[in-house]
Design a protein around this ligand. Structure first.
Ligand code: GLA
Length: 651
């Protein structure tokens, strides 16, 4: 660990059956030894609570801890991450073991943070969960079943409930397309998972009130059915597990955007507070279809990309490869050879050494003036919705495409949900904002009136928070802000396109023609002004892009799904108007991005080349290259997958 520059380790994540091999019989000796060794060697511990997987005796004696799936089948003992979130016994048992851990290690010098459970996910449909779901619904609908029937629109297929006991969670064997119900179930699952987490941390908070807690989220876009924005409110520090599938070729430049999106989203969850990269692989994973080792330099770049976007750590799964079972071929810092004389270990050393030069970056923030709404419940609702193109409603891809235009210019973005305060941004981008929760349209209107620039797209302002359509014309409560009425929407087959012609007076310096694909929204301008029109089909001449002036601000409406080229040109113009650019003030070659962290000591510009070829970036003035330890100026060359961190002292 010392050779690798590793000063922190997460431990005990799946250790329940080792700590408590039989009910109420504990063995902490091995954990004491590890904790002591870590402390003696200046390594901190993020101590885990073990609820992510349970010992066989527990499931055997208390089968209620096992999950029931949506087909109402009780799962067998096995795997992990599959406990019932309602089970009183599981809750009691997790609290008990967590209290013992907290009591035992509360004053241990190694303890720096709590790692609660592991990658919470999934749902359980057992009778306990059904009852909790019904109670949750009663509360939401003020114990008024008529209200629920209205919001779920149950009369449509003769589903009008007369008693709460008739309600069941969604199932392939029962209801799956009462959209209000499916949405409420997912909300309930989020609440229930968070409640389980809160139950776990009761003893932790009591016994170690000053030790922060985190739980590791997963995937660059999170997992669809658990609202991480809601969960993030409950942890002290956000952390996530990032396993990019770098190919080591030219496709990585495009792909890097997805990972940057993830980092920005996790940072934004705590309003810009640094997050932790809880897991990453030093080499390969073992669960992609093709598990290709990282090419030289990619590991350092990938690790520092997290730091660039706001992480204050780089951590690995796993330290040492196990000999057997599921993850024996998953990358680890130390392989089966037990040697430090490997390419992987040297890669890890390179990260350790780079991090040791970046102490000043820890705790610094990212100044973002662009907010991009990526709303979890909107995403859940879009997924369930039936209509338009059922095989293509890719909200994630559309949000990423919009985000990519900023990434290419190195302009900082916060990825937020509908609940955030918009007033801190200059530009608010909200692709496919299908669902508008109460008050959101009003807050967007106020944002624009106060001078903000808002960008919306087709298929926005369609339903309320329970997936009921707005009456009186789309985009519902956003109609005034956008100054348009959307009458219908054309869904194009994959091989079809339309042409978009811009008005010569578009004021954005756009090209004359762009391609529209997948969706063309057929709108009427009310107070908005068209900046472009569709060029063919029965809606030739109808607006394809509009702007509406409201108060001191502007609201743009993009009526079509576009190629990246349009988004790049459009956002280049908008950000120029708003005076937003990258903090280094340079032009970036393709595949190179910049992220800047700012603190009292100055600006820290991370300049990253996600291509496999050399790129040149010309600087306006001299900077201190923190990795090189030398001053640089003029044009600098980034090698393929190269990164440089430039310090700019302010004042
Ligand atoms: C997740 C888990 C780890 C491990 C890794 C493998 O992130 O938290 O326990 O299984 O995946 O990539």
């Amino acid at each position: 660990m010392k050779l690798a520059g590793c000063n922190e380790a997460s431990i005990g994540i799946f250790a329940w059956s080792t700590i408590e091999p039989a009910e109420d019989a504990y063995d902490f000796d091995w954990l004491d030894t590890i904790m002591n060794k870590l402390a003696e060697n200046g390594v901190y511990a993020m101590l885990a609570t073990p609820s992510g997987a349970r010992p066989p005796w527990l499931a055997e004696k208390y089968p209620e801890v096992l999950r029931t799936n949506s087909r109402r089948e009780k799962e067998l003992y096995g795997n992990r991450h599959n406990h019932c979130f309602s089970s009183p016994i599981y809750r009691e048992k997790t609290q008990k073991i967590n209290r013992l851990l907290a009591e035992r290690y509360k004053n241990h010098p190694a303890l720096i943070m709590w790692h609660i459970s592991n990658e919470y996910s999934g749902d359980c449909h057992c009778s306990l969960c059904q009852e909790n779901f019904r109670n949750w619904l009663r509360k939401k609908y003020d114990n008024d079943i008529k209200k629920l029937n209205t919001e779920w629109w149950t009369g449509f297929w003769s589903h009008i409930y007369t008693d709460w006991s008739q309600i069941q969670s969604p199932s392939p064997l029962g209801d799956s397309c009462v959209h209000g119900m499916v949405l409420d179930w997912k909300r309930f699952v989020t609440t229930q998972t968070i409640d389980f987490f809160k139950n776990e941390i009761v003893p932790i908070r009591e016994v170690t009130p000053n030790i922060p807690v985190t739980t590791n989220f997963m995937c660059e876009y999170g997992i669809e059915d658990l609202d991480y924005f809601a969960f993030a409110k409950e942890v002290d520090v956000v952390s996530w597990d990032s396993y990019p599938q770098w190919k080591g070729d030219s496709s990585d430049a495009n792909f890097a955007t997805n990972i940057a999106f993830g980092h920005d989203m996790y940072r934004s969850m705590k309003h810009g507070k640094p997050f932790l990269l809880m897991e990453s692989t030093p080499s390969v994973v073992n669960w992609y279809g093709i598990n290709r080792p990282k090419r030289p330099s990619v590991h350092l770049l990938s690790s520092l990309q997290a730091i660039a976007h706001g992480a204050d750590s780089v951590q690995y799964f796993q330290w040492r490869k196990g000999r057997g079972a599921s993850e024996k071929f998953h990358g680890a810092v130390v392989g089966h050879d037990g040697s430090e004389n490997t390419r992987t270990f040297r890669d890890v050393v390179s990260v350790g050494s780079a991090l040791s030069k970046l102490d000043e970056v820890v705790g610094t923030a990212i100044d973002a003036k662009v907010g991009l709404i990526f709303d979890w419940e909107n995403r859940m609702a879009l997924k369930e919705m039936q209509g338009l193109r059922n095989n293509y409603k890719d909200y994630v891809e559309v949000c990423t495409n919009h985000y990519r235009s900023f990434w290419k210019c190195g302009i900082a973005v916060e990825v937020i949900d509908e609940t955030f305060d918009f007033s801190i941004y200059n530009l608010l981008v909200a692709p496919m904002l299908y669902m508008l929760k109460p008050g959101v349209a009003q807050r967007i209107e106020e944002f624009v009136e106060a001078g903000g620039t808002f960008v919306a797209t087709y298929w926005s302002g369609i339903v309320n928070e329970n997936d009921l359509c707005f009456l009186g014309g789309f985009p519902g409560p956003l109609r005034k802000t956008l100054g348009i009425w959307s009458e219908e929407i054309d869904c194009l087959y994959d091989n079809m396109t339309n042409n978009v012609k811009t008005e010569s007076t578009n004021g954005l310096g756009l090209k004359t023609d762009y391609t529209a694909k997948i969706f063309c929204d057929l709108i009427h301008t009310e107070t908005a002004k068209p900046l472009a029109t569709f060029d063919s089909d029965f809606y030739k001449g109808q607006p394809a892009l509009t702007v509406n002036h409201l108060g001191k601000g502007k609201a743009y409406y993009i009526c079509f799904n576009s190629e990246q080229e349009f988004l790049d040109d459009f956002y280049t113009a908008i950000t120029k108007k708003l005076g937003l650019g990258n903090k280094l003030g340079v032009h970036l070659p393709d595949g190179v991005s910049i992220s800047t962290r700012t603190g009292e000591q100055g600006n820290f510009h991370f300049v990253m080349n996600f291509t496999d070829v050399e790129k040149i970036v010309c600087l306006e003035k001299a900077y201190f290259d923190m990795l090189l330890g030398a001053e640089v100026e003029g044009c600098i060359t980034l090698s393929g997958f190269g990164i440089t961190v430039l310090k700019e002292t302010i004042g």
